[in-house]
Design a protein around this ligand. Structure first.
Ligand SMILES: [Zn+2]
Length: 275
């Protein structure tokens, strides 16, 4: 695990930036902004340079820090959150009757999908060329390669999706359903609940109450809430008018996904804690 510092120097920074860029041309400061690993001499050098310059020039230092994990770091965790980054464009009933109904609360706009009546219909021009992708309704789409990874898992199922036009030179994509769940999250985990709607009883917005990329954002579950499942959905749903659960995978499935060179996601550590 490494800590990456995002630093922004504002004010009369020109001379400082020129000095940094002449010493570190491989990692230039652009418009006062630079990213440096916190545990390196480069970071110490930048701090020193800043403190020398700040006696002569009015400058300010802003820093935020991000934790960066490499593959071998992620092999230490029992479970991990799988964040799908591939995009599958418009979902819901945009291109066909996928759901019998989509209920929308008139007061807060929260949408809830009714029973699924048919396969997902997708526009091929909106779907990324990756193994995993999500629609704007949070529907999870995957490639045949990912389906084969899920094949041996009883709580996961793949169903073919349909393209909105049949003249498509693209291989089939699948919807993957997960029935297993993990959680609820540990009581110490900070969830953000914004404005409860009187009409439908849901919050307008559910999120994680911690800085982006900080370790406090990593999901934490009571150990007893996890049934050793390879892949499961959180009981909590996150988001605004459309809320989706997050996907948690076991260490062994994580390794399998790596081995198969699946694309379209990133992993973050998650934790099982004892009360
Ligand atoms: Zn509502």
């Amino acid at each position: 695990m490494q800590r990456l510092a995002r630093i922004r120097i504002s004010g009369d920074r020109r001379a400082l930036q020129e000095r940094w860029n002449s010493l570190y041309p491989h990692n230039p400061m652009i418009a006062g902004a630079v990213e440096v690993k916190s545990a390196t001499p480069d970071y110490q050098e930048l701090k020193k340079m800043y403190s020398d310059f700040s006696t002569l020039h009015p400058v300010t230092w802003d820093e935020s820090s991000e934790v960066v994990y490499e593959e071998k770091d992620l092999e230490q965790f029992e479970i991990l959150t799988l964040w799908v980054t591939g995009r599958a464009g418009s979902g819901g009933n945009t291109f066909g009757t996928v759901y019998e109904e989509i209920r929308k609360c008139p007061a807060c706009g929260t949408e809830n999908l009714g029973r699924q009546a048919g396969p997902f219909v997708l526009d091929p021009s909106e779907v990324d060329d990756s193994d995993l992708a999500v629609t704007d309704f949070g529907e999870r789409i995957c490639s045949g390669r990912f389906c084969r990874v899920l094949q041996s898992i009883p709580d996961a199922a793949c169903r073919p999706t349909v393209w909105k036009t049949n003249r498509v030179a693209r291989t089939a994509m699948y919807q993957f359903d997960l029935t297993a769940s993990v959680g609820p999250l540990a009581s110490s985990f900070q969830l953000l609940h914004e404005s409860l709607c009187e009409e439908c009883g849901e919050y307008r917005n559910v999120g994680i109450d911690a800085p982006v990329f900080s370790e406090l954002r990593q999901l934490r579950f009571p150990r007893s809430s996890y049934g050793q499942l390879p892949i499961a959905l959180t009981q909590e749903r996150f988001g605004g008018p459309r809320k989706f659960p997050l996907v948690v995978v076991s260490q062994s499935l994580y390794r399998r996904i790596r081995q198969e060179h699946i694309s379209g996601f990133w992993f973050e550590p998650a934790h099982l804690i004892d009360p």
